[in-house]
Design a protein around this ligand. Structure first.
Ligand SMILES: [Zn+2]
Length: 292
């Protein structure tokens, strides 16, 4: 007696799956799991924050190798000081103005960096230039003499803690250490000593993040209010990425709204702004330097 195929199927479903059907289901489930896994990998691909932190880690390795190769002396945070070259090279000026070609041509702005030879040990020149820019930095500029006038990303988002061999403005006044070689890391241990920092695009004007030590810890001997000179970035969940002299990197989330004024697309932020008892300024000071 003939039966309809559909009826047969119904009959079989009552008695459970055949071995082949069970194996087919298993294969399908395995394929689905692998597709979901691949999607998960894509979702977890490096975020801009992770890439930013990785940039700072890479720069800090180069900073450390530079000291290894130069009798423990540190590269300078800003300008040529006592034989210390500026870490970005001789052309360190940055401007929010779109007309400054130096902000978009990496050869002009980064090509003279004394860290570049050490970055080139790990990667080619173009990839080394990428390490100087935060992927979340929104700033672009255009110049008729570069890239056929097309808007291009500005080349640098990071500055170096000015107390790392930068200019010594204020160090004698406050009896603060200006770090010139690694042997000075003692009262400020390497794990606390800030080296590189994300600086916001409307604040970055040279190669150093200037941190005023006004009002540091003891307001009776340093009666002036705490101030912000250069503004750190806020691109990563309201915080900035930093690296430290032991090579570790971290994000700091800002707590005080005065640390994150509105972004000014075409106008530099005012510097040296009073920000009294701002806990973020105290954090920056605490990782910038120490008294002699
Ligand atoms: Zn960043």
């Amino acid at each position: 007696m003939k039966s309809f195929p559909g009826f047969q199927l119904a009959e079989r479903s009552k008695s459970g799956f055949t071995l082949i059907e069970t194996l087919t289901c298993l294969v399908i489930v395995i394929i689905l799991i692998s597709i979901a896994g691949a999607a998960g990998v894509l979702i977890q691909s490096p975020s801009s924050q992770a890439r930013c932190l990785n940039n700072l880690r890479t720069l800090t390795v180069a900073w450390s190798v530079y000291a290894n190769e130069n009798d423990d002396r540190l590269v300078g945070a800003e300008s040529f000081q006592n034989g210390r070259p500026d870490w970005v090279g001789p052309v360190n000026r940055m401007s929010i103005s779109s007309s400054v070609i130096q902000n978009i041509d990496p050869e002009i702005h980064l090509g003279g960096s004394p860290l570049l030879p050490y970055l080139n040990l790990q990667m080619n020149r173009d990839n080394a230039f990428q390490v100087f820019r935060c992927p979340a930095d929104p700033s672009i500029a255009a110049n008729k003499d570069y890239n056929q006038g097309r808007p291009s990303p500005r080349v640098r988002s990071y500055s170096m803690n000015a107390w790392m061999g930068g200019n010594n403005e204020g160090s004698s006044r406050f009896n603060m250490i200006l770090f010139e070689n690694r042997s000075q890391f003692s009262s400020l241990p390497p794990s606390q000593a800030m080296v590189f920092a994300g600086e916001r695009a409307d604040s970055i004007d040279d190669s150093a993040l200037q941190i005023s030590m006004d009002g540091y810890l003891d307001s009776t001997t340093l009666p002036s209010p705490t101030r912000i000179i250069d503004y750190p970035a806020f691109y990563h969940g309201g915080g900035a990425a930093f690296s430290f002299a032991d090579g570790h990197v971290a994000r700091k989330i800002w707590r005080d709204p005065r640390t994150i004024p509105p972004f000014t697309q075409e106008r530099p932020l005012a510097h040296k702004v009073s920000s009294h008892l701002n806990p973020d300024v105290l954090w920056l000071q605490n990782h910038a330097t120490r008294r002699f």
